[in-house]
Design a binder for this molecule. Structure first.
Ligand code: NAP
Length: 248
């Protein structure tokens, strides 16, 4: 019997990287999985097949996390198809990195919209469903740079800091109805998002990590399993770094 047997999880941005690893981890622990993507339709089909092969129900939805309307349509569809939503992992995110004085308004808006406003959209749509069920766990994918800031990532760091404050507020507003809200703050994780960094920058990151290696999506999925399951039944409003002991 898996840790998530009988649960339904909704994961945003699961066609690649961290979201994909969480979807597979959740399914391997018995959860039915609804997930979203923006453009990777064939990766979504492939993931659906992999999840089904683990013996669970799985459906991928093309849903732009930045759209309030699409988030609400998504939640309605998922509830109709799966009957309930026990775990929400808001993982979808993008970067548009550059130094602040070179950052365009478009770069700022794109990152805030996809990473932070999206969290409002999906929480607004899903939290009432969880409140009616008298239980649920919301996990937001923040970042260590949301805690410490980062040169060249003012937009991204601000969006990830916003998720931390959002999770604490949601924890306070919905705690009485059994809904928990927490953040994971990953450090340097090997995915498409970090593959664009030069070998030199990657090496300098690793030098500052106590465990002397980059993280894997599976490392983050382990923390997401803890927060999604009843192992964390008395944990809410918290941010858990998953960064191999990265120095700030
Ligand atoms: P990734 O490999 O770039 O994957 C991003 C995922 O988000 C993809 O499935 C993508 O779908 C989806 N997505 C992007 N924009 C979307 C939108 N508007 N609507 C719906 N889905 C959208 O990223 P990752 O490295 O796995 O990162 C996942 C999360 O962890 C992000 O929030 C990121 O900020 C955070 N994080 C990552 C690291 C790291 O080192 N990698 C560190 C800290 C935090 P498509 O495939 O369809 O584009």
């Amino acid at each position: 019997m898996g840790l998530l047997a009988g649960k339904v999880a909704l994961i945003t941005g699961a066609t690649r990287g961290i979201g994909r690893a969480i979807a597979l981890k959740y399914a391997s622990e018995g959860a039915d999985v609804a997930f979203t993507y923006l453009s990777s339709a064939s990766a979504a089909e492939e993931l659906t097949r992999e999840l089904e092969a683990l013996g669970v129900k799985a459906v991928g939805y093309r849903s732009d996390a930045g759209s309030y309307e699409e988030a609400h349509t998504l939640a309605t569809e998922v509830q109709k198809t799966f009957g309930r939503i026990d775990i929400l992992v808001h993982n979808a995110g993008i970067t548009r990195d550059t130094l602040l004085m070179r950052m365009s308004e478009e770069m700022w808006d794109a990152v805030i919209n996809t990473n932070l406003k999206s969290a409002f959209n999906i929480t607004h749509a899903v939290a009432p469903i969880m409140a009616r069920q008298r239980g649920g766990s919301i996990v937001y994918m923040s970042s260590v740079v949301g805690i410490g800031g980062n040169a060249g990532q003012a937009n991204y760091a601000a969006s990830k800091a916003g998720l931390i404050a959002l999770s604490k507020s949601v924890a306070k507003e919905f705690g009485a109805r059994g809904v928990r809200a927490n953040c994971i703050a990953p450090g340097f994780i090997q995915t498409d998002m970090t593959a664009i960094l030069s070998e030199e920058i990657r090496a300098s990151f690793v030098e500052n990590i106590s465990l002397r290696r980059a993280g894997t999506p599976e490392d983050v999925a382990g923390v997401a399993l803890f927060l999604g399951s009843s192992l964390s039944a008395y944990v809410t409003g918290q941010t858990i770094p998953c960064c191999g002991g990265m120095k700030g």
